[in-house]
Write a protein that binds this ligand. Structure first.
Ligand SMILES: [Zn+2]
Length: 164
């Protein structure tokens, strides 16, 4: 069966930057399962899955605009440390939820000094052109229940949600 909208796709992927440096790979853990067309994947990768089928292995080059977007320098902000009182751990790499003009957003601490903290609201992969190596392990049609819930039920069982 070929992948179309509302297919459940089980896949392995490895993602690298344009220089070939490995960023992440599902081969290190378990395959990823998605419902095609729900926007779970970045647009450039989701589009590339269409019409592929079980057993296919292929490469997808995704420009940053079709991946995690351009970097915005103005998403980097330095704030006084006292604004973050109550945050237990404040080290480089700490992720925080921050209220911004666009709503709540995840920011990452990229610098800490004695009295200031610099946070970056860009996605860590923004500004990068990416390359995916994809292997399609299984394709099936999503059940009505899965589409209604917007997530996958393993082995076709129900998730115990109230609307089952
Ligand atoms: Zn469910």
């Amino acid at each position: 069966m070929k992948i179309i909208n509302n297919s459940v796709v089980v896949m392995h992927y490895a993602v690298s930057d344009s220089e070939g440096t490995l960023i992440d790979s599902s081969y290190d853990h378990k395959p990823m399962s998605i419902i095609q067309g729900t926007g779970y994947l970045i647009p450039g990768l989701e589009d590339a899955l269409i019409d592929h089928q079980t057993g296919d292995q292929f490469e997808v080059a995704v420009s940053c605009a079709q991946a995690y977007g351009e970097r915005h320098d103005d998403y980097v902000q330095t704030v006084p440390k006292e604004l973050l009182q109550g945050v237990e751990e404040l080290t480089v790499g700490t992720q925080l939820r921050a209220a911004t003009d666009d709503g709540e957003q995840t920011v990452i601490v990229i610098d800490v000094t004695d009295d200031e903290v610099t946070v970056d609201g860009n996605h860590p992969l923004s500004g990068l052109d990416l390359r995916f190596d994809v292997e399609i392990l299984a394709v099936r049609a999503a059940t009505k229940e899965e589409l209604k819930h917007g997530h996958i039920h393993s082995d076709g069982e129900s998730c115990g949600g109230t609307s089952d």
